[in-house]
Design a protein around this ligand. Structure first.
Ligand SMILES: [Zn+2]
Length: 307
């Protein structure tokens, strides 16, 4: 194909020789440009019409928006239904948890509190009308509140069970002296007699001579003797490789092999052995290794606080 353009401005006749391929590309480009132009035009007119509320376009837009709203509403409603169903399941599980908690509570000897779910609050599953978001929110709030009170209650049950376990395991958590000031702590210190740095393997309670010394936990007396360093001392084996030691006593009321109850008076404070004044030297050993007794005593007072 040959295209001849004659123009006075060009001053001469120009001839374009077009073969089949160039022709196809030319038409394709033209068609694309036309499509782009009409799309832009349509978009512009439609937007302008929608914005200014032109008769036909305006109602069309309203129809589309309404349909979209209806669909969104339906979607929301379906979601609320699913959520409501799941909330109902959660409520049922919470009720199961509650009765389980009651049984555990009875075993632990903790009275069941009066915070049980109101009867009928589990009736969500048989609700006939559609739930509103607000109603669902209220139900969620009540489930959340119920869960919170149950957590509080079960925490009390747990601490009670832990306390019972500690008593049973005979862990030395009870203060060996009820009236006494805490003296030297566990750890490295300047020895009051030699003046050199030495590991203090226990905890000192300064108290007047004759102050009762109580067993920090139940157990069996394994040592009761006069020791050059510890003076009159008692060692109680609590099982589980736990041993507590009470030193510098003035009087001792137990002997080797005696079965001791937690809190039982075993001796009286003195200053026997290697001591600079009336005090109780209290040690706790695990597998024969001295531990900081304060850790055990603190665990005991924390438990008492929870109680
Ligand atoms: Zn000491």
């Amino acid at each position: 194909m040959q295209l001849i353009i004659t123009d006075t401005w060009l001053a001469k006749t120009r001839a374009f020789h077009l073969n089949g391929w160039s022709l196809a590309i030319f038409f394709l480009t033209a068609a694309f440009a036309l499509m782009l132009a009409s799309a832009l035009m349509y978009h512009w007119i439609f937007l302008k019409g929608a914005r200014e509320g032109w008769p036909i376009i305006g109602s069309l837009v309203r129809l589309v928006v309404k349909d979209e709203f209806a669909q969104r509403d339906k979607y929301l409603r379906e979601n609320i239904e699913v959520l409501a169903r799941r909330m109902g399941e959660m409520q049922a599980q919470l009720l199961q948890l509650e009765s389980l908690g009651e049984r555990v509570s009875t075993l632990a000897g903790v009275p069941v509190p009066d915070v049980k779910s109101k009867p009928g609050s589990g009736g969500l599953l048989v609700q006939s009308h559609d739930l509103s978001l607000e109603e669902l929110g209220n139900i969620m709030d009540s489930v959340e509140g119920g869960a919170k009170t149950k957590v509080d209650w079960l925490t009390v049950v747990e601490s009670r069970l832990l306390e019972q376990k500690i008593k049973k395991m005979m862990i030395p958590t009870q203060q060996p002296i009820s009236l006494g000031n805490l003296g030297s702590p566990f750890g490295w210190r300047i020895d009051p007699i030699t003046g050199q740095s030495a590991l203090h393997t226990g905890l000192d309670f300064s108290a007047v001579i004759g102050t009762p010394i109580q067993a920090a936990a139940g157990g069996v007396v394994v040592v009761q003797e006069f020791h050059a360093q510890y003076g009159n001392m008692v060692e109680i084996d609590h099982g589980n490789d736990l041993v507590s030691r009470y030193a510098h006593a003035s009087r001792v009321f137990v002997k080797k092999g005696d079965l001791i109850k937690r809190g039982q008076k075993i001796a009286e404070v003195g200053t026997s052995g290697r001591s600079t004044g009336a005090h109780l030297h209290f040690e706790v050993m695990v597998n024969g290794v001295p531990q900081d007794p304060l850790r055990f005593l603190n665990a005991g007072s924390r438990l008492a606080a929870v109680k």
